[in-house]
Design a protein around this ligand. Structure first.
Ligand code: PGA
Length: 252
């Protein structure tokens, strides 16, 4: 039985003070929640990692970043290393989000290097994959997502792949209000798990958690999260409001 996993991706929202207040509200909204039922992770912008860590450090809520660079240190102006994230309390990092692929030119090869580097610092990557609307309309979603998964987890051994959280996020569902149906999502999750089985084995693939992301909100989360292969959610818009984020978690 895989433990459910809910992560809030705050994207480029919330300044230092807003982040503090939102983290306080989320923690407060989960005082009655039994964390045996789900891992809960907050992913604020880099500038708020420290303050959010201060808020959640005495609770089961965990900290994640939204990006990482694949070198250890050096002359890479503007980049943040895995060691820096680890030192500020991060247990997780989102890698390969479609917005990074789309606006910052991240390729599967770059993302693979980031996955490997994060693991080297004992940070669990939340690896994002997903097809565009054009690709789904052309019925190429399995080709696209399959290639992303295979290339982004290249050179990982079995103990490492079990530490990776995979997030299936169809690009057409992100921030649009149009979520994938539970059937579309579950079919893709099964497909992804099948690739892990093929590359490793069934015992390993049965342990890998696969999240759905893309317009998940309280009104659709229960159905999505009750599917056989949907192990949690990566939540953008609905994670910026403590009420909706904690409702999704409490409804698991
Ligand atoms: P959304 O974003 O929930 O606002 O659709 C999800 C994501 O991009 O991770």
């Amino acid at each position: 039985m895989r433990k459910k996993f809910i992560a809030g991706n705050w994207k480029m929202n919330t300044n230092y003070k807003d982040s503090h207040d939102l983290a306080e509200q989320i923690k407060g909204g989960l005082t009655e929640f039994d964390y045996e039922n789900a891992d809960v992770v907050l992913c604020p912008p880099f500038t708020s990692l420290s303050i959010v860590n201060d808020v959640i450090v005495d609770s089961p809520v965990m900290l994640g970043a939204q990006n990482v660079f694949y070198e250890d240190d050096g002359a890479y102006t503007g980049e943040i290393s895995a060691g820096m994230l680890r030192a500020v309390g991060c247990n997780y990092v989102i890698v390969g989000h479609s917005e990074r692929r789309q606006y910052f030119g991240e390729t599967n090869d770059i993302i693979n290097k980031k996955v490997l580097k994060a693991l080297g610092y004992e940070i669990n990557p939340i690896l994002c994959v997903g097809e565009t609307l054009e690709e789904r309309d052309g019925e190429r979603q399995e080709d696209v997502v399959g290639k992303q998964v295979r290339e982004c987890i290249a050179n990982l051994n079995a103990p490492d792949i079990e530490k990776v959280i995979i997030a299936y996020e169809p690009v057409w569902a992100i921030g649009t209000g149009v979520n994938a149906t539970s059937e579309q999502a579950n079919d893709m999750h099964k497909f992804i798990r099948g690739i892990i089985t093929e590359l490793y084995d069934e015992k390993t693939s049965s342990k890998v958690r696969i999240l759905y992301g893309g317009s998940m909100k309280p009104s659709n989360s229960k159905e999505l999260l009750s599917q056989s292969d949907i192990d949690g959610g990566l939540i953008g818009g609905a994670s910026l409001e403590a009420g909706s984020f904690t409702e999704i978690i409490r409804n698991i």
